[in-house]
Write a protein that binds this ligand. Structure first.
Ligand code: ADP
Ligand code: MG
Length: 702
């Protein structure tokens, strides 16, 4: 039996329970060890009954009492009650258990309780007080019958771990299985504590100790200490993986060389209808510096929606073209690729630059495909704008040197890019509109250099956002259209393939175009349309052929129609915070005041809180932080797929200090021992390769 053994080998875990474990992500004994409780119940204090009975009804307490008489009663039509008289030397009370009873079935719902609550025995009870219609009684949450008062109880006088149990897997199943692995193989769990120096920041426990204390701590303080100790190891392993991969890039040499010639850059700047902001200038400078180094660029450009990332990226693209290279601009969706294509064409009008659009629907047409693929291969095309189709093997370049990936968190191209890096080491610039707290950025993008466009272009009035009624929003929209503005109306489709939802969006679109907006032209856009049709609708909206665009959330990222000043979001509480912020970012892109209306009921408190945040702030950074608190980091970054931001014990917000520590630790370790060949680093290397070897193709140690 070892860490990789299946949980089914544990006594009491048959195929059914093993399957239930698997659905919780627990397959092996190692997984099980790391299946940490999500909270604890402090059962150290066993109080006399009279003190318990004085407690408020939302406080749980533990007590040790003697069992008296029991009664079975009918409480109302279909509820039955089992009542147990209990007492100690200070007081007497009644425990009440309620069960639904089917009058036609002849099995007794209380049979197990009747067997347990034997007159005269002692019982540990964890319970809360209930006051109902002038009666006071006690509602038990858990109990343990005592067979021998001299022996310590199993689940009382301790801190009880509470796990994410399921119908098939009870707390007890999980607890007992974990006790088993802790007794038998936790000492084999990989540990790197001996290479970590002591620090006041966290206690440097051995991994097996930390794991043990996370499950069965003596005190809540001990659980937290263990959590931070284990988190430190997790973060160090991740940061080492990221440092290795970063170093691999820094040590590699690229062939491309750039000289700032300004043959394209100057006319490009002169053509723009605006000046770069200082924030944009700073980022351009940083990217140019990267490009002129001998190792490939590996930078993440962050900037809130509307901060103007595109022209920053385009400046770098033009520097590459000035020097005779080809470039690639990858977008997550066809619509966005199309938009960037049009946009870049307009921004480079009059310059000697050839641009092509490469998406799967473009490539479907044989003639177009042959021409484009040939032109890319013979170096005719300077900028290839497209979707991930660009990364297919059949797309070959003569001398590709620079790659931009827009809204990178939206799609998992990282691995593919790395394959690309293997062949010819292009410079890579990733862009994201999800501003992320530094600790999170470090833990996910630690291997990248980062630049932030930290200010919006001048003259942007902040979008005004209201939680509003349909009638008011539509009337307002009509007024704006009359003044020359355009309007988005968005329906949340959780899943573009959901036919019922889609139908309701389409029907509402029809209704609106016949009622409120009957005097205006209304376009419809949804994710299930063929790409060419989507592009056509977007182009028409941009050309002002439509006053109103009714859409599902396909417009969520990147789309740029500066004349649109109103956005109405139906059933807004169905969207997450980041999605709402991204959506809203489609308006307010010009100098005109923009308005956003959130409609529909807030489904629950959480939804209410989300809507409140969105109406109060336009700051993507604050919104991302709130989002991070309300949801997991993996969901926000879409990183769940490559599992970077998922930690068993580590917490991105609470442990920012440890993440910094881990980053420094990893950088130092790699500086001194670049391939981790030193025998003292052997364990570290093993766990890094084991955990991240398949995720980071760049890691290639030993
Ligand atoms: P995002 O960062 O969300 O991708 P875009 O690059 O699409 O933003 O830019 C948003 C809008 O702002 C575009 O219409 C763009 O032309 C405009 N823009 C970019 N930089 C500036 C600037 N310095 N001053 C004024 N407008 C700008
Ligand atoms: Mg953009």
């Amino acid at each position: 039996m070892d860490l990789e053994s299946k949980v089914q080998y544990i006594k009491g875990i048959g195929p059914k329970k093993a399957f239930a474990f698997e659905r919780l992500g627990v397959k092996t004994l190692a997984d099980l060890m790391l299946f940490f409780p999500y909270q604890y119940q402090d059962r150290n204090l066993i109080l006399p009954l009279n003190q318990c009975l004085r407690m408020k009804s939302d406080e749980s307490f533990c007590t040790l009492v003697k069992i008296g008489k029991t009664y079975q009663k009918r409480s109302n039509n279909n509820l039955y009650m089992f009542e147990v008289e209990v007492s100690d030397h200070t007081a007497k009370t009644y425990l009440r258990f309620f069960r639904k009873k089917n009058p036609y079935a002849n099995f007794d719902p209380f049979s197990a309780l009747k067997k347990d609550f034997e007159f005269g025995k002692f019982v540990y009870v964890c319970a809360k007080n209930t006051r109902s219609f002038g009666f006071n009684f006690v509602t038990p949450q858990d109990y343990e019958i005592v067979d021998d008062l001299a022996r310590p109880p199993r689940n009382f006088k301790m801190i009880l771990p509470i796990y994410a149990a399921t119908e098939t897997l009870s707390q007890k199943d999980i607890r007992e299985s974990i006790k088993y692995v802790l007794q038998n193989c936790v000492q084999d769990y990989p540990d790197i504590s001996d290479i970590i120096a002591q620090t006041p920041m966290f206690e440097n426990l051995k991994a097996c100790e930390a794991i043990h204390n996370l499950h069965f701590p003596q005190s809540l303080q001990e659980a937290e200490t263990a959590r931070r100790a284990f988190a430190a190891q997790e973060f160090i392993i991740l940061q080492t993986a990221l440092s290795l991969s970063r170093q691999k890039i820094k040590l590699s040499q690229k062939d491309q060389k750039y000289e700032i010639k300004k043959t394209l850059l100057t006319p490009f700047k002169n053509n723009l209808s605006f000046e770069f902001t200082n924030a944009q200038k700073k980022c351009i400078r940083e990217i140019f510096e990267d490009m002129r180094r001998s190792c490939p660029t590996n930078r993440l450009l962050m900037g809130d929606v509307g901060s103007g990332k595109t022209v920053v990226a385009l400046s770098a693209i033009l520097l590459a073209i000035e020097n005779g290279y080809q470039t690639m601009f990858v977008a997550p969706t066809e619509i966005l690729a199309q938009q960037h294509f049009e946009n870049i064409k307009a921004l480079t009008a009059g310059l000697d630059v050839k641009i092509a659009l490469i998406t799967s629907s473009e490539l479907m047409r044989k003639k177009v495909r042959e021409k484009i693929l040939a032109d890319l291969e013979n170096g005719e095309i300077d900028i290839a704008v497209g979707t991930h189709s660009l990364l297919e093997d059949r797309v070959k370049f003569k001398n590709l040197s620079f790659v931009v990936v827009d809204e990178q968190h939206r799609f998992g191209v990282i691995q593919k890019l790395q394959a690309l890096r293997k062949s010819n080491n292009p410079d890579i610039l990733m862009m994201t509109a999800t501003p992320i707290p530094r600790a999170l950025a470090l833990s996910v993008y630690g291997e990248m250099d980062m630049s932030t466009i930290d200010a919006l272009p001048k003259g942007r009035a902040p979008i005004k956002t209201f939680y509003s009624q349909e009638h008011r929003a539509y009337s307002f929209a009509i007024d704006e259209i009359k003044k020359g503005g355009q309007v988005y109306i968005v329906y949340p489709l959780i899943d573009e393939s959901d036919k019922v939802q889609l139908k309701s969006a389409t029907e509402s679109a029809q209704k609106l175009s016949l009622s409120y907006f009957k005097d205006f032209s209304v376009g419809l856009l949804h994710g299930r349309m063929p790409a060419s049709q989507k592009a056509e609708v977007m182009e028409k909206f941009k050309a002002k052929e439509f006053d109103v665009l009714i859409s599902t959330s396909v417009i969520e990222v990147g789309v740029d129609v500066p004349n649109a000043t109103v956005m109405i979001i139906e059933n807004a509480s169905n969207f997450g915070l980041s999605a709402l912020h991204q959506l809203r970012g489609r308006i307010g892109r010009g100098t005109k005041q923009a308005y956003c209306f959130l409609l529909g009921p807030a489904k629950n408190e959480n939804a209410q809180a989300r809507l409140e945040i969105i109406t109060k702030t336009n700051d993507g950074f604050k919104i991302a932080e709130a989002d991070l608190k309300m949801r997991g980091p993996g969901e926000i970054l879409g990183t769940a797929q490559h599992g970077f931001a998922e930690f068993k014990a580590g917490h991105i917000l609470k442990d920012a200090d440890i993440i910094e520590f881990a980053k420094d630790f990893a950088r130092n370790a790699i500086e001194k021992d670049p391939k981790l060949q030193d025998p003292q680093n052997a364990k570290l290397r093993d766990v890094v390769v084991k955990n991240f070897g398949h995720k980071l193709m760049l890691i290639n140690v030993g």
